[in-house]
Every structure is written in C-alpha cells, then in structure tokens.
Design a protein around this ligand. Structure first.
Ligand SMILES: Nc1ncnc2c1ncn2[C@@H]1O[C@H](COP(=O)(O)OP(=O)(O)OP(=O)(O)O)[C@@H](O)[C@H]1O
Length: 564
C-alpha cells in the first residue's frame, strides 16, 4: 500500500488492490474507518510508474452502500473511452457516500465506481464494505413513513418518491409508507395501531404541524405503554425509543432547519441513512390538571399567538398568510396583562451568553439521570428564596409578547432564530418577555431578528433560562386565596375570573401558539422534559470556511462513529 498516509497504514487493512477509476489505475484500500484510493499514473510506453496523484478518502461512516455496477457506461461520463474500459475491465462496483456541497450545510450522495478484471475481486469488495457497514448498529434498517400530501405546496408525495425513496433503497433500508388521509391520521395511527417493534425509526414528510402530530403520537404511545399519567403536570415522562426523521415539505420547516441547518429533503434523508441521533427537549403544557399539548420549538403568547390566529383564517393563501398576518398584527399593536412565574435554570448559562447550540454541543451532552432529577426536584421544594418561594420568580406586567423557546427557532428568514442561544437538549427553555413599548421600539426589536444585532438589548425586553413556568392572564375582581398566598404554582390557576377582551388597549385575553397550534386556554403551566425524543439529525454544523468564504466540498468530516 505504497503512498497511503501513515495513520491509514497503521489501521488494520481489510482489503487492498489495484483497480481502475476513470482513466487512472488506483491503489484502493478499505480499513476499518476509511476507504482510500490514490491514483498511479503510468508512462504509456514503458508502463513504469511516473507519479502519484492525491489520496482521496471517504470515512466509512459516510458510506451509504457498495453495489455491483452492471452498466459500466454509467460511470463513463468522465472517461475518455468507456467502451474500451468495459472491454478491458468488465467488472465494476460503485460506492455511494455522503458528500458536502458548497451550498450551506447541504449534503448530497456521491458515487465512485471502480473497475477490475476479476469478478471475484469485485464481489469481495462489495461484501467487505457492506459487512463493515452492517456493524454500524445506529443505522436504521426499517422505517415507518408518514406523508402529508397537503403540507406546504402539496409536494410531499413527490418529494418522497423522487428524492428520498431512491436513497433509502440504495442504502437497503425498507420503508412502510402511509399517506395521511386527514389531520391527526398519523398521530392516531401511532397511538393505537402502529406495531412500533417492527421499526427503527419514524419519518415525517411535511411541515412543523405534521412533525407535531408524530411527536404527540410517539410520546402519548410511550407514556401509555409505560402507564404514565400525562394529565399530571409533575409526571416523569418516559423517553421515546424510536428516532424521528423530518423530510421538510411544509410551509414552515423550522424544526428541520434548527436541527439539521438546512431545509432540504436529500440532506435530511442522508442524516437518516447514516443514523444520526440528536436528542431534543420537549415542553409539556397543562391547564390546571389537564394535559394540553407538547412543544419542541415555540410557545408564544401575545404577538405570535395573534399572528397564528389570524393566519389560520387565511389558510387558502398558503405560506403568504404568515406575512399578511404578521403585518396586520404588528399594526394592531396589542398588549396583554398577566403574571408570569418561572423556575430559573441554574448553572445552565443564559439566553444572552452567545454560546450557540451546534453539532456536538457540550451543554446538550449531559443527560441527567433519574437520581439527578429527583435531587433537583427535592432542592426545588426545599430552597426558599425571597421572590416567590420554592425558587420561583414572579413577574407581573403588560406584555406585547411572551415567548418560550426550547430551541433557537432558526429559519431561513431569521438564521439566528428567536432565541439564538437556546439549546436543543439541555433541559431548559429561554423565556423572552417583551413588555409594553412604543410601536417603533417593537419594530426595532423585530428587525433585529434578521440582523446580527442583539434583539434582547432593549430596556423593555428581558430573558430568562427556565425549567418550568406558569402564566396567568390578568383577572378581574379580588385575587383568590391561592393568589394571595404567594405560591406561584397554585396561584397560576387559582384565579378564575378572566377579564373580557377589550380590544387593542390590553386587558383582553391573548392566545398561546404552541408549535403552530392555538391553545384553548391562556392560563398554562409548562415543564421542560430533558431529551424526551431523538431525531435523525446532528444539530447545526459549524461551517468550515475556505478562503473566499465558501464551504469546502467533499466527503463529510469523519465523526467518532466507529463500528461497534
Ligand atoms: N391528509 C391530510 N389532510 C388534511 N390535513 C392534514 C393531512 N395530513 C396532515 N394534516 C394536517 O395538516 C397540518 C399542516 O401540515 P404541515 O405542517 O405538513 O404543513 P404546513 O403547510 O407546513 O402547515 P403549517 O405551516 O400550518 O404547519 C398539520 O397540522 C396536520 O395535522
């Protein structure tokens, strides 16, 4: 194996031989972690080796599969004389692998075809590579796919058939596909019908609304199977065992963008194939002792709740409905009065610490054990503090918006997101309180979501990293006994006489949007459940800039994914 780099030499070689790649003779070696090839140029007359070209290598964890290639001409695009090549080297195999493109964080499938004269050698290569790939136990073999045919621009089925299914077939992953026939079809099927033992993961083809259905289906099914009462706000929820893949095909693909870094079906499919795993926190939302919904991205009261309520009235306008509703809600400039109580997250950084949650994020690595969680619950119960008792803080005020983000909520329009430093899986949410302010000030705050300026650097905005929070809209008449007692949790739901809505001067009830759905109650209680689900994703990768500011092309970076 002359010429291959030293550390490759050190690794146990599985197979090496001289093959033909295009018009070059190459030395090819497969080790336990990498497939490497290096070209040898020969003098045409003497057949003597005159130079070596650069070594190319693909980490084994980025290889999708190796296949016998019957049609040599397929690989003949770059060859001067494919017909002659076919006669001289009639056997060939193609290795498909994941490669980065120059477009931001998008992955594509690359192919490299090697030719040889010997059929046995060709088959040996295919066998060895596929045997090594089968040792990656994190890769799915069987998937349950739900497609929303009406999501976004109604391209879900086409996107799946044209872009995703061929890749899954190439990677030898089987898929049972269900095209949904109504809203909540996927959720109900997961809760009561799907035989989840048959699958290694669930795939959602649609937007954030469709993902929310799958999320609810999986969490509810898991809690039911483990006899957990989800109506109790303090129930310890059991994490879901199946991972979820998101193929973006909706009008809002915020969750896909925030966990993969791109809204691209092929990129998402490749993350599923290589078996990526990204844990994610989930918020449970209750009203009194009644479960309302789960949330993984944004719980928004006031401005965002009003935008969504208005946009729902104009669904026929498609994605443009959000822009229209945004302008209308901004012009109406409503504010709402209420009390927000929250339990701050200690030793978890702050929403303004500028530490971005990126692939391999240190803050999200730690998974707290059941013992840790029990200890924390105990200390929350015993540690009294001056503000509200039991470690809770209480703020009363008039707010234009109250937002709780469990992730950055990045999207192509706001690449840093609503909560730029929020983490995907650290067991906390970032609570953003925008107090009543002038129209112009609110506009400045909104504008900063699209620029590099700090959107929290305003006197009327405050942010807190929290584990739990409650909200109680302003009530008319005397406060209840619970409210007077100063216990923030009971007082959240103690007051029962809401004020009637009074137009745009505040005091009326706003509505909460929970990952794009409107909640039926304004008084809610929210708890963050750390790492309750896992996605086929790896978080947003830092872009490696080359001179000229472009991301490098080539295979994905080797990760510490070793065959087990
Ligand atoms: N077959 C179906 N018919 C009608 N509605 C469906 C169907 N399948 C799923 N849905 C519902 O459609 C809603 C929107 O789906 P999805 O998120 O995929 O698209 P979207 O265009 O991004 O919508 P949104 O922006 O409102 O989330 C989801 O809440 C889901 O419950």
């Amino acid at each position: 194996m002359t010429g291959l780099s030293e550390d490759m030499e050190k690794q146990a070689r599985l197979l090496s031989s001289q093959l033909v790649l295009g018009d070059r003779l190459v030395e090819v070696a497969a080790t336990r972690t990498v497939l490497a090839w290096k070209g040898i140029k020969k003098d045409k007359k003497s057949s003597e080796i005159i130079s070596f070209s650069k070594t190319e290598h693909v980490p084994l964890c980025d290889i999708i599969a190796a296949h016998k290639n019957h049609i040599n001409a397929e690989s003949g695009r770059s060859q001067k004389n494919p017909k002659r090549l076919h006669q001289m080297h009639p056997h060939a195999f193609t290795v498909s692998y994941v490669r980065r493109t120059r477009r931001r964080r998008r992955w594509r499938c690359g192919d490299v075809t090697f030719h040889c004269t010997n059929q046995g050698l060709c088959e040996q290569w295919i066998q060895v590579i596929n045997e090594q790939l089968s040792l990656f136990t994190n890769r799915p073999r069987s998937l349950l796919v739900y497609i929303n045919p009406y999501g976004g621009k109604r391209r879900g089925e086409r996107v799946y058939e044209q872009k995703v299914a061929p890749l899954l077939r190439r990677a030898c992953i089987s898929a049972d596909v269900i095209v949904t026939e109504r809203a909540n079809h996927a959720r109900d099927h997961l809760i009561s019908q799907a035989n989840l033992n048959e699958y290694d993961g669930v795939v959602c083809v649609g937007g954030d609304g469709m993902f929310s259905e799958i999320l609810h289906g999986l969490i509810i099914r898991t809690q039911t199977d483990h006899r957990v009462d989800r109506d109790r706000p303090d129930s310890e929820l059991v994490p879901c065992s199946l991972r979820v893949g998101i193929i973006p095909a909706g009008s809002t693909d915020c969750i896909c963008f925030s966990t993969v870094g791109a809204s691209d079906a092929v990129t998402s499919a490749l993350h599923i194939i290589v078996g990526d795993s990204q844990p994610m926190d989930v918020c449970s939302v209750h009203h009194r002792d009644r479960f309302l919904r789960y949330s993984v991205s944004l719980l928004g009261y006031g401005f965002y709740g009003d935008v969504l309520t208005d946009s729902e009235r104009n669904r026929r306008l498609g994605p443009a409905r959000y822009d229209l509703a945004g302008v209308k809600t901004f012009l109406s400039h409503k504010h709402y009065e209420g009390t927000i109580s929250f339990l701050p997250a200690e030793n978890k950084g702050t929403p303004r610490d500028k530490l971005r949650c990126r692939s391999g994020c240190g803050a999200c690595q730690h998974k707290s054990s059941l013992k840790d969680r029990k200890q924390r619950e105990m200390s929350e119960k015993t540690n009294l503090d001056k503000d509200g008792g039991h470690g809770w803080r209480v703020i009363h005020g008039k707010f234009i918006a109250i937002n709780a983000a469990s992730m950055s909520c990045a999207c192509p329009r706001s690449p840093k997101g609503l909560a730029p430093s929020a983490h995907l899986a650290d067991g906390t949410a970032d609570l953003i309180l925008v107090r009543r302010c002038s129209h112009l000030d609110f506009f400045r705050h909104l504008l900063r979501h699209t620029t590099k300026d700090d959107q929290f650097d305003h006197s009327f905005v405050e942010v807190h990293r929290v584990r739990k929070f409650c909200f109680q809209p302003r009530v008319c008449g005397p406060a209840s006994a619970d409210h007077r007692s100063g216990d923030p949790v009971t007082s959240c739901f103690g007051a029962t006489r809401p004020c009637p809505a009074t137009g745009n001067q505040g005091n009326g009830h706003g509505r909460w949007t929970c990952d794009g759905e409107i909640l039926p109650h304004a008084a809610i209680r929210v708890s963050v459940h750390g790492q309750l689900i896992r996605l086929f994703a790896r978080g947003i990768e830092e872009e490696q800039r080359q001179q000229g500011g472009r991301a490098p092309e080539g295979p994905c970076s080797p990760r510490d994914l070793e065959p087990s």
